[in-house]
Design a protein around this ligand. Structure first.
Ligand code: URA
Length: 196
């Protein structure tokens, strides 16, 4: 049922022309990981490698994210579903603009309704602005829990920011420690992680 609906949505995004990003995409990238997860991660948009493979977070940022997730006891195979604010690659990896974000948001809202995550991690400023507050500052709001539509949401830095500025890693460690705690409180008290 969930898988069927995601496949249906995938067909829709592959044909989508709601914004100009379709002009330069190789393919749209709807999402990936386990759709039965309680933990959902939301990034910005596909990069070059994601556009080529049709899978989210498989490039350099994705590899770093996999390591962070593994240390927290999570993986895309087992207990994480991952997607992006926009499903098509912005040329040159620029930030998706407000019109592109708005055009794509209905897909994300349908994904959230289908997957019904208990916890959402917003990766970076674009995800924070698109979902929670267009004026939101990631530096101010990271690591702070927000209840949004009954879902526990925490913003943190995007892994690409960590690649540019490794000093931010300690903050993201802290934020994922907090995710592990919340996951134990809300989802699985026996969740195992290397953090705590
Ligand atoms: N960066 C993102 O925000 N999303 C991806 O899927 C890959 C890199």
């Amino acid at each position: 049922m969930i898988e069927e609906q995601l496949s249906q949505m995938d067909r829709e995004v592959q044909e989508c022309t709601r914004c100009e990003l379709y002009l330069k995409r190789t393919q749209a990238v709807l999402g990936g990981g386990n759709p039965f997860s309680e933990l959902m991660l939301i990034g910005e948009g596909p990069g070059e490698e994601e556009d080529r493979q049709g899978v989210p977070f498989v490039g350099k940022s994705g590899q770093l994210l996999d390591k962070i997730l593994a240390a927290a006891g999570f993986s895309k195979e087992e207990n994480v579903y991952i997607t992006n604010i926009v499903k098509c690659r912005p040329p040159g990896n620029r930030e998706p603009n407000p019109e592109e974000r708005a055009a794509c948001l209905p897909f994300l809202m349908r994904q959230i309704e289908l997957i019904q995550p208990g916890i959402i991690v917003l990766l970076g400023s674009t995800a924070l602005k698109a979902l929670i507050n267009p004026e939101g500052r990631i530096t101010k709001m990271r690591g702070k829990w927000i209840t949004w539509n009954g879902i526990q949401v925490i913003p943190t830095y995007h892994p690409s920011a960590l690649l540019r500025n490794p000093d931010l890693k300690k903050d993201v460690w802290e934020d994922f420690k907090s995710v592990v705690q919340k996951y134990r409180e809300e989802i699985d008290p026996h969740h195992h992680s290397n953090y705590t």
